[in-house]
Design a protein around this ligand. Structure first.
Ligand code: 13P
Length: 250
């Protein structure tokens, strides 16, 4: 599969003005890079401005989260329809910060994924173990629970619209990247789970991104691993030169 999808998850770290400036720099820099798909994931309020700025370019725009209900009395939430209207084709679900800081559970993550797929959108399902789970030898058990509860029963057609992002919680925003072999091992395990849930061919076509302190210095080695199909980048995506360095390394 072509190594391709590199996403810039800007988290709650940009105002709309900053997001526009960042998107503008990426647009200028990305024209020289071929053979990769690039997307940015601005905060909700910045989405319309970034979509406007990137219109006609190859850079896609996604959302960091979504709510599963179609509409109604859910103060503060954002629906798939609202995201589509704003120009988003995909959203993350189950990001580690939402699971661990905001208390999202596997069943809630699943409802969000189902809502995206039903709305015709793509989804990035984020999974990953904590340091305690890794040290206790339960990384695979954790990943299996998250992948199964996130994807069991999803149809083959829908599965092709899902990317799984392996983001070990201990590597996110900490500067501690998983080694290329630790990441590859987890990705191979996830690929096996996908083959069991769907079939080998579908599993081979589903992207599995790595996320957690990806930088230009470590992106090259991570991206040469056979089961690492791209990166979900947080901190480094806030610096255009770093982000472009990662894309180039891919
Ligand atoms: P960092 O790249 O800052 O570790 O964040 C990773 C992440 O959470 C991407 O979604």
């Amino acid at each position: 599969m072509r190594k391709s999808f590199v996403a810039g998850n800007w988290k709650m770290a940009t105002t709309t003005a900053q997001a526009k400036a960042l998107a503008g720099s990426l647009l200028d820099g990305i024209t020289s890079v071929e053979g990769v798909d690039v997307a940015v994931i601005p905060p909700f309020l910045a989405i319309p401005a970034v979509v406007d700025l990137l219109r006609g370019s190859t850079i896609a725009v996604g959302a960091q989260d979504v709510y599963f209900e179609k509409s109604g009395a859910f103060t503060g939430e954002i629906s798939c329809e609202m995201l589509i209207e704003a120009g988003c084709g995909f959203a993350l679900v189950g990001h580690s910060e939402r699971r661990h800081i905001l208390g999202e559970t596997d069943p809630l993550v699943r409802k969000k994924l189902d809502a995206l797929l039903a709305a015709g959108m793509d989804a990035i399902l984020c999974v990953g173990e904590t340091i305690e789970e890794r040290e206790a030898g339960s990384t695979e058990a954790r990943l299996e629970t998250q992948v199964r509860s996130g994807l069991e029963g999803v149809t083959l057609e829908q599965a092709r619209r899902v990317t799984v992002a392996y983001e070990p919680v201990w590597a996110i925003g900490t500067g501690k990247t998983a080694t290329a072999s630790q990441a590859q091992e987890a990705h191979r395990f996830i690929r096996g789970l996908l083959a069991g849930l769907f079939d080998e061919e579908t599993a081979g076509k589903m992207r599995i991104q790595y996320g957690g302190s990806v930088k230009p210095e470590n992106a090259g080695e991570l991206m040469t691993q056979p089961d690492i199909d791209g990166a979900l980048v947080g901190g480094a995506s806030l610096k255009p030169a770093s982000f472009l360095g990662i894309v180039q390394a891919a």
